[in-house]
Write a protein that binds this ligand. Structure first.
Ligand code: AMP
Length: 184
């Protein structure tokens, strides 16, 4: 059973790699950023509430995110495995996920840290041209990552769930390294 959490800074290639692996394993790729962007473009209430935070590069408040993730993980396609991309992003979300997965009897999972140096991250984000990829927002997203998300590297590494993969290689090499992790 494949259950993977992708950690790593914005621009590390989490989305691309998570999608590739999910397709290979035929399990859902659950990207909270993507779900939120869909909500914004469909102008749902959640989308309207989340939009400002996303445009500023801030985290959307937990009370909006946690229920969204719970509902997604309860769907039937997620019972055979999943790849989480962009969640958890802070300690509260990680604790919530631990409890939820215990309840669902899905406590076996691994966490992948995609490692990429900062200058490369900025360059990659500027090149992908997403609406929230302006220089100012990118700077804020990196700060938020360092303050709130990076501490989860220690949290998962203390539980021996963390595997670090060098994300500063060609897309194909990163995928190959990740496949090895999945098979090990
Ligand atoms: P991403 O596509 O993962 O880079 O996410 C894009 C934006 O969506 C982030 O900058 C946040 O504003 C928001 N977002 C995505 N996932 C989360 C999360 N787990 N918690 C809070 N905000 C999130």
């Amino acid at each position: 059973m494949t259950r993977l959490i992708f950690l790593g800074p914005p621009g590390a290639g989490k989305g691309t790699q998570a999608l590739r692996l999910a397709e290979l394993s035929q399990i859902p790729h659950i990207s909270t950023g993507e779900i939120l962007r869909d909500c914004v473009s469909q102008k749902t209430l959640l989308g309207q509430q989340a939009q400002g935070y996303m445009e500023r590069g801030e985290l959307v408040p937990d009370e909006l995110i946690l229920e969204m993730v719970r509902e997604r993980l309860l769907q039937s396609d997620a019972q055979n495995g999943w790849i989480l991309d962009g969640f958890p992003r802070n300690a509260t979300q990680a604790t919530f996920l631990d409890l939820l997965l215990q309840k669902l009897d899905q406590s076996s999972y691994r966490v992948i840290n995609l490692d990429v140096p900062d200058p490369i991250l900025v360059e990659r984000m500027l090149n992908r041209g997403r609406k929230d990829d302006t220089e100012e927002t990118i700077r804020r997203r990196l700060e938020v990552y360092r303050e709130q998300t990076a501490p989860l590297i220690d949290y998962y590494s203390e539980q021996q769930l963390l595997v670090s993969v060098d994300g500063n290689q060609s897309m194909e090499s990163v995928t190959a390294a990740l496949k090895q992790v999945m098979e090990s």
